[in-house]
Design a protein around this ligand. Sequence first.
Ligand SMILES: [Zn+2]
Ligand SMILES: [Zn+2]
Length: 361
Amino acid sequence: MNDGTKAWLRSSYKEYYYRGADGVEFPDQIEAREFGYIPFGGGMVRHLSFKSKGEALAEILKQSPSSVYCSNARYESPTRPIEEKGWLGAELIFDIDATDIPTACKRGHDLWYCEKCHASGKLPRPAKCTKCEGTSVEFHGTCETCLDAAKAHAMRVVAFLTEDFGVDRGAIRIYFSGNRGYHLHIFDKRFELLDQLARSEIAEYMRGSSLPLSQTIASTLRRRPPSGPQGAGWTRRITGYVDERRENYGGTLQKLVSEAVSTQRALVDTSVTTDIHRVFRLAGTLHGNTGMSKIRVESIEKFDPQEDPVVLSGKPVNVRVEFYPRFRMKHRDFGPFKPETVELPTYAAVSILSKGLGEVV
Ligand SMILES: [Zn+2]
Ligand SMILES: [Zn+2]
């Protein structure tokens, strides 16, 4: 990325923060949180602390960085090294990313490309570019199917929390991640002091990975007549699903059990939920790889991830694109691009430029 592109990206982000400072959402006890940011073209700056929203916003506006982060944990001394911070508790957080959900369409839109000659091809990624032996990297595309899958899994997290953990729906805040997933922040005091092991158990429970083998569950179910949902939690989910379909099902009972699990599990990223010292993208700030906002989702059913988080302007800019597959924003298709110079609205140009796949001309 050349200096001109860096400066252009930074000024586009600055314009948003100048206009949209109201959209930046801070957690409570701001003075106990650790903040961090990544400048355009630079490394992560962590262990920052602010006394107030005003102070934090002034710094965000001044830096207009590529990414802004804030801890879900509260600390006695947020600016000290991790082991000396004095951990006081952390909100429970779940991360759903379309990349982790096995959708069939991925074979069509996930690619590898060469950083040097911009050759590209289908996954699996070769160790080196097949044309020039340059470094090859993976490119994860996004489509409606993947975005819908991410949304469905986020809704499953809400179902687990409210039905199995007794969480009040009002205590769950859903955010679009700014890329292709969702972050769920749980403001329920019962979880705040949980350690990494307990958080990991909750995540694994939602993923259905702590369940007995489907073969074992099937043999238990085989011994009882279909009688509708029984018990609680996963038992209720599985018995309900299986008994409703058992009679007319063509496959084995074991297969039906697997289906009951795969259609109801939520593929949360366990490592994210478990890390109690992590910094997360601050709500209402822009994603460093897309220019879209980590926006609060009021109604997940109505939320449109290709429209609602697109907050940068449509001001046209000329961009020399090296390589970029087809993508969709604001109900408009862009690309695929081979090496060419095109005029794009700012919001679409940022997606390409922030990944280092083009330059402003
Ligand atoms: Zn190459
Ligand atoms: Zn897809």
